[in-house]
Design a binder for this molecule. Structure first.
Ligand SMILES: *Cc1c(COP(=O)(O)O)cnc(C)c1O
Length: 457
């Protein structure tokens, strides 16, 4: 089926995994549940059911190791799945490294990123439970376009609050969402109390994912038959994404390989979880104690590397239950880096727990170095990566160069979470030589950390 010269390792549709992997079954200690700061109690399933369908809430708290992927979801996955595993031979040659570099190409989905893996699942469960309308937020627009397509396919109305800086930088993402029938607002918007409050204080506010989440949740609370949908952070989203790593594992097996290092970028943590967890499972089960899993973060927003592990709100106004996660503070406004999908103050509780137990590590990269890596990748592998994904590429290149220095062969696997076809303004900025770099904004973070919710358990 495959030999050492294969550029791509392709699975047939029949070989697509039939279950997702739920890492909650293998954690060193069970997760601390979300905390409802208003009631002063842990959030119950009933609390969560106010904004999510019941089957999603069940998945959120499940400790079952494998969960079936519904047939209807698998049918839509077939539009682009199984996605290819690609040997980055061009990049290896350019780097003159003894390391083998593989990447999973999630850019082949209709929306251009991994986000569709969870969007289709979430729209399906909402459909089954009678949801008529879904409200959500989107940063760079990938989640919004993924959910818009999924909702359209299941006949659900879709309302999207899009972070303003991206709304302006990436007007075509908005157009794509509209083609899929969604209604799109630039956030902060005038549609919600949360948005109006931010605009009153700062009319020029560029928005953030946390503000957009506040708006979407407020929209859900104020509309009938409307549910909320989150594109990252939560346990069920991480689980839906594990199809990436599960496929990759089968594909690497065909290639006769297993990674020494797994790398993905980290915004809220979903593509990292998806690519890494099926391998981290082997580490947790004692089969691969030396596996390294690295989450690549931007210097403008490095929550795993510089944040604190604390209960914090998932949104900017404190609507949501607080999650135990690495956070820079829910009021923290990251600089306007082009990787909009990485401008989020917190990290998935699952990834946070694994970092706490030193099973997963993180690495920080600056914007210009990220784009150096992105352009190198485009020129050696032909694919224009999303700025988010280029964070993973940068760390993969570093690992490959380290292998060269040490004179060691090593297998590196990273996730190409999406393509950059809607990010050409960012590439223009890089090519003009005027792209800004962002140092870690320690003062802004210190300030935001003062606003963590005071929770005494
Ligand atoms: C949304 C997004 C990310 C960041 O989100 P995660 O949940 O951390 O994966 C990364 N890459 C792309 C292409 C995205 O669309």
């Amino acid at each position: 089926m495959s030999n050492s010269n294969s550029k791509k390792i392709i699975l047939s549709e029949q070989d697509m995994p039939k279950q997702w992997y739920n890492i909650q079954a293998d954690l060193p200690e069970s997760l601390e549940p979300p905390f409802n700061a208003r009631s002063g109690k842990f959030a119950t399933k009933e609390d969560l059911c106010q904004i999510f369908p019941k089957s999603i809430v069940e998945q959120e708290v499940s400790a079952e190791r494998f969960i079936d992927i519904p047939q209807e979801v698998r049918e839509i996955y077939k539009i682009w799945r199984p996605s290819p595993l690609v040997r980055a031979a061009g990049l290896e040659k350019f780097l003159d490294t003894p390391a083998k570099i593989y990447f999973k190409n999630e850019s082949v989905s209709p929306s251009g990123s991994h986000k569709s893996n969870s969007a289709v699942a979430q729209a399906f469960y909402n459909k089954v439970e009678g949801t008529k309308r879904i409200a959500t937020e989107t940063g760079a627009g990938q989640w919004g376009s993924a959910l818009a397509m999924a909702c359209e396919m299941f006949g659900i109305e879709c309302v999207i609050y899009m972070v303003k800086v991206s709304f302006e930088q990436k007007p075509y993402r908005k157009s794509l969402m509209q083609v899929y029938g969604a209604q799109v607002f630039a956030s902060p918007s005038n549609q919600t109390e949360a948005g109006r409050k931010v605009l009153a204080e700062d009319p020029a506010n560029e928005g953030s994912l946390a503000i957009a989440i506040s708006e979407a949740i407020e929209d859900v609370i104020n509309h009938k038959n409307t549910k909320y949908s989150l594109g990252s952070v939560l346990n069920h989203v991480a689980m839906h994404q594990t199809i990436i790593g599960l496929e990759a594992k089968k594909q690497l097996e065909i290639a006769g390989d297993y990674p020494d290092v797994v790398i993905a970028c980290l915004g809220g943590g979903s593509n990292f979880s998806g690519a890494a967890f099926p391998f981290v499972m082997d580490k947790l089960q004692g089969k691969k104690p030396d596996l390294k899993a690295i989450a690549a973060e931007p210097s403008a927003c490095p929550k795993l590397s510089k944040g604190v592990l604390a209960y914090d709100f998932a949104d900017n106004s404190g609507f949501t239950p607080a999650l135990k996660m690495y956070t820079l503070g829910h009021t923290f406004m990251p600089g306007g880096i082009h990787a909009g999908g990485l401008r989020y103050h917190g990290a998935s509780p699952l990834v946070s727990a694994l970092v706490k137990h030193k099973i997963v590590e993180s690495a920080v990269v600056k914007q210009r170095a990220v784009f150096d890596a992105a352009v190198t990748f485009a020129n050696t592998e032909g694919i224009l990566p999303a700025p988010e994904s280029a964070h993973a590429i940068k760390i993969a290149i570093d690992e490959a160069l380290k292998a060269k220095e040490e004179g060691k062969s090593k297998t590196i696997f990273f996730n190409l979470s999406g393509h950059g076809h809607f990010d050409l303004t960012a590439y223009d900025s890089y090519l003009s030589g005027k792209m800004e770099d962002y140092d870690y904004p320690s003062e802004k973070v210190d300030e935001a950390l003062c606003h963590l919710p005071k929770i005494n358990l």
